[in-house]
Ligand binder design. Sequence first.
Ligand SMILES: *Cc1c(COP(=O)(O)O)cnc(C)c1O
Length: 391
Amino acid sequence: MNINTFLDEHLEKINNAGLHRNLRFIEGPQDNKVLIGGIEYINFCSNNYLGLANDSRLKEAATKAINSFGTSTASSRLICGSFNLHKELEEKIAEFKHSESALVFNSGYVANLGIISSLIGKDGLILSDRFNHASIVDAIILSRAQYSRYAHSDMKQLENLLNKHKQIERKLIVTDTVFSMDGDVAKLAEIVSLANKYDATVMVDEAHATGVLGPTGGGLVEELGLSKKIDIQMGTLSKALGSFGAFVCGKPNLIEYFINASRPFIYTTSLPPAVLAASIKAIEIIQNEPQRRDRLWDNIRFMRENLSSSGIDCLESQSAIIAILTRDSELTMEFSRRLFERGIFIQGIRQPTVPKDESRLRLTVTANHRRQDLEQALEAIKATAKELDFI
Ligand SMILES: *Cc1c(COP(=O)(O)O)cnc(C)c1O
């Protein structure tokens, strides 16, 4: 088939199904408000949980790094692209995550590919929560391992699968710690004890937990005191840290293995100096300013309590991610469109990101939202929900 015929047919199909997606362009920094088409909107879409993406200290650190190291590493890490800044950042991450050592990857997506595909091959087994991030799903396919997805947080099914595949030597259980669509948290203590019982390895993705959960922002692993019991901790620098890139933490032999065997680590140009320096500064700020996390959690509680008391189903969120479940993709997009007209930017999420009957608005709260921003959003959400006969 001619490529253009294929493209046009595909686009027409998703158009007809109302599932076409468009890019929206932001004309200024990510903050509590964003500028779109010259108009300011209160922003509930970013993962900028601690409000660091436009922090003057991160910008200053990035600028300084550009002046000292230039704009590019111009090489992969193993050729000549490892800068002192990589080392400094990796030491900081290891300390922040209470781990022995760390390695930086170019993004969360790439980190998951690099970790999972290099660790488990055809003779191994991967067990993955059905709600895990798409990058984990893709990584599993790339690994060519045998795999099963267990129903979301279903520990009984996880145990059944472990039991059924007892004879397989290399077994990996992988889970998000905060799930990106519902905002709920993994049953990590139970996962760890099942892994011990069946001699499996545990890997966690702390993308949405890093900087948000734990007494020093170290994530769910820190909050539950499981740092010594999790073999592989992955997290991103692109969400609460307001920077870009990702990391994996573990024992030194794990890191040495990835440096030698992980193709998504080896065959790519490494992160530029500005990004490395911004990440280092972000970790310092997170460690020194717990009040940011306190502000974030005040905002989360305020939003959740007010939405729930208006009769809105927010699922079991225990993080900065709050779902407003509509269970209908058209209603979701109409809801989102009307909120946008009222100056509130909340993205609608529908298939294929979530199953059709789990369509929802998904809002994320940050430390930089003012109480007034939240009150304005709540008013708009309630008014729109009434208009649409939703509550
Ligand atoms: C965002 C996210 C990623 C991808 O991270 P990027 O740095 O944006 O590539 C991976 N896993 C989870 C759970 C995420 O939420």
